[in-house]
Design a protein around this ligand. Structure first.
Ligand code: TMP
Length: 239
């Protein structure tokens, strides 16, 4: 597969064309941002970990019947994916209060929910990714009714599968963000990444944070946390 021109550079990844119009190459960077790019830094080795972790988790989800963009890992930082047009929604599923949920509703981080929550924000950096509900998304014509129902169903299924997987690694899945895309035939598939950048992952016993909150909140031990969470995954899935 020949890597051709760069199509896009995001905060954490670059995207390249290939000689197949239906396939792209994503390349993971070590760059880290938070608070809509206000905070900038580098997490050494993050690109390799996020690439490998996201691919392993997406392969697991595929084997459980959730379609994803994942095709093939090409190198430590590069992966071949199906070309999608991204649905401009960030889908956030939560099992435990943390982050913006705790802030919005005035509840302590760590409050365990009876049932998971789901929320959407409109992917638009200039507007600061504002929250929206299903009817807002329909009004903006960014998804159809059928698509958003599919996205919700996949998101809750992904939550069940990821929660069970991380539990088996001694890790609690607190919350996470997903992005979906449409293949050229309109099929909705999971896209973007699943990594410590996009999930809150706490050690089940100590509740130690093993994710990007260590960077967002200047807690130190950022690289060590990424390495530790990858080690837990590899202990379960093989190196
Ligand atoms: P929040 O509590 O800040 O809303 O974050 C919820 C989850 O979504 C958390 O696991 C981090 C992830 N997330 C992203 O992946 N990208 C983002 O831009 C934001 C704000 C959160």
């Amino acid at each position: 597969m020949e890597k051709k021109e760069q199509l896009y550079e995001g905060k954490a990844k670059k995207v390249f064309a290939t000689d197949d119009p239906d396939l792209l190459i994503v390349q993971y960077k070590d760059d880290a941002t938070a608070f809509n790019g206000l905070k900038k830094g580098t997490i050494a080795g993050k690109g390799v970990i996020n690439n490998q972790m996201s691919n392993r988790l997406m392969a697991m989800l595929e084997s459980e019947g959730v379609p994803t963009h994942f095709v093939q890992e090409l190198s430590q930082r590069e992966t071949l994916v199906k070309r999608v047009s991204i649905v401009p929604l960030e889908v956030i599923v939560r099992n435990i209060a943390a982050g913006s949920f705790s802030k919005h509703y005035g509840v302590e981080e760590g409050m365990v929910f009876d049932k998971p929550t789901i929320e959407f924000s409109y992917k638009n950096d200039a507007l600061g990714d504002p929250l929206l509900n299903t009817r807002h998304a329909l009004a903006l014509r960014v998804v159809t009714e059928a698509e958003i129902e599919t996205i919700k169903a996949y998101s809750f299924r992904i939550n069940e599968l990821l929660q069970a997987f991380w539990k088996s690694c001694g890790v609690t899945l607190v919350d996470f963000k997903l992005e979906f895309g449409r293949l050229s035939d309109g099929t909705i598939v999971l896209a973007d990444e699943i990594s410590p950048d996009t999930c809150r992952l706490w050690d089940s016993k100590t509740h130690e944070k093993l994710d990007k909150d260590r960077f967002r909140r200047d807690l130190g031990g950022v690289e060590e946390a990424y390495a530790e969470i990858m080690k837990r995954l590899e202990a379960k899935l093989g190196g």
